[in-house]
Design a protein around this ligand. Structure first.
Ligand SMILES: *Cc1c(COP(=O)(O)O)cnc(C)c1O
Length: 410
């Protein structure tokens, strides 16, 4: 029903550069008819450097969170050398932007042709799996290659995360022994990976998953070379302010150090959201107000899929000059299509006098926002403007700096 078409393969339309202090306000002055995506390269660069410097292991970017070629280039330029790809199109995309990048194929169920192309054409050596069938498929597709890193995906709890990834993939407790053993025989390096679910709100999620890893290693009695803690690193949204990322990193590192693995074992992570959430926001126009409902020109089939289908809240700012002095009020949004489901309950806080013709910036849409856009019902847009002001919320701006800048903190 929902056509998820991503930016994959679509040449990114002309980005204009707008070096201004307040990107959204500047756009509002131009009175665009269609929604406009604002991108903040400095915010993505800052997130990449944070992971590269502070996570005590390898950070690979999970491309599905936002497959923008511009973003991949920024991450590459700021030290992200490895990419978690889930489809052959993502592998091709990464290699076209950064030919030297290393792609790891971390989808546990892959077409055999995709594995073969990844291995023979793009030099991919790392594959994840959660079944004996997939192991056989990988060995067939790579003609029994002897240089593979095979990561067995364990099923772990998503109880601490806002978005579950616990049911589709992963071997459960008691089922991992046979697969770990078989993968050990086939692999040059054996890894164990998992995903605690997206937007994990506490480091405990990783501590608990690492206990599952420990049990699986002890049960199978195999030598493990890679521990991959997956994604799930949170960003900050209204009502979902997580503890500092450093606490997640500390918990993970401590758990890693205590596992029964060799000294040379590597620690990997696959952050998606945390690397790109602050990268973009969208400027929308209010076309109509009906009570506390605002009809805006982007929605469930555009960049607001998560707001519609997961009830996710995003920070919002009214882009009006002079600023409204009216007190904030909770609003819900309707998107532009004719579909009742094109509804975002929010609540989104905006000055109570917001009205048709006003422009609103919706923040933190860099992850799973732009990536989910469709052109359903004739409403699609890809005008992108690069700005250099701060995102509405940032996990990466030191507190002192935040106090003195004009960052709107919700
Ligand atoms: C989606 C996904 C990620 C990224 O998850 P975030 O919650 O965005 O960090 C990483 N690894 C795998 C296997 C995924 O499916």
């Amino acid at each position: 029903m929902h056509k998820h078409h991503s930016a994959l393969g679509l040449a990114k339309a002309h980005s204009t550069v707008l070096p201004v202090v307040r990107g959204g306000i500047d756009i509002a002055k131009r009175k665009p008819v269609d929604p406009v995506t604002l991108t903040r390269p400095h915010a993505a660069a800052r997130a990449a450097r944070f992971f590269v410097e502070k996570f005590q292991g390898r950070s690979m970017y999970a491309v599905k969170a936002n497959p923008s070629p511009d973003l991949i280039q920024i991450l590459w330029d700021n030290g992200i050398t490895h990419y978690d790809t889930a489809s052959i199109a993502e592998v091709r995309l990464v290699k076209s932007v950064a030919p030297e990048a290393t792609c790891c194929f971390m989808h546990p169920v892959k077409p055999e042709e995709a594995i073969a192309e990844a291995y023979f054409t793009h030099g991919v050596r790392t594959f994840s799996l959660d079944s004996m069938e997939e192991l056989a498929k990988i060995m067939r597709a790579t003609r029994n290659a002897s240089d593979l890193t095979l990561c067995v995906r364990l099923r772990v709890s998503s109880e601490h995360s806002k978005l579950s990834l616990a049911s589709k993939f992963g071997v459960g407790p008691g089922e991992s022994k046979e697969l770990l053993f078989a993968a050990r025989q086939a692999a040059d390096a054996l890894g164990i990976c998992f995903h605690v679910g997206s937007q994990a709100m506490t480091p405990e999620a990783y501590a608990a998953a690492m206990e599952r890893v420990r049990a699986a290693i002890v049960d199978a009695a195999v030598t493990v070379d890679v521990i991959d803690v997956g994604g799930g690193f949170p960003s900050s949204y209204p009502g979902m302010e997580p503890p500092p990322l450093e606490r997640f990193f500390e918990t993970i590192h401590r758990a890693f150090e205590s596992l029964p693995i060799s000294y040379s074992a590597e620690l990997w992570a696959e952050p998606g959201r945390a690397l790109c959430a602050e990268y973009s926001s969208v400027v929308v126009r209010v076309e109509r107000r009906r009570g506390n409902e605002l009809y805006i020109n982007d929605g469930a089939y555009g960049a607001l899929f998560d707001a519609a289908h997961l009830g996710w809240q995003f920070p919002t700012t009214l882009l009006r000059e002079p600023e409204s002095t009216v007190r904030d009020h909770p609003f819900s949004f309707y998107g532009p299509t004719c579909d009742d489901m094109d509804h975002m309950a929010g609540p989104f806080l905006l000055p109570a006098d917001v009205n048709a013709g006003d422009y609103i910036e919706i923040g933190m849409l860099g992850a799973y926002g732009a990536a989910m856009r469709t052109a359903f019902n004739g409403f699609g847009c890809d005008e992108t403007v690069i700005v250099d002001d701060e995102p509405m919320v940032s996990l990466y701006v030191p507190v002192e700096l935040e106090m003195t800048s004009n960052v709107v903190k919700l």
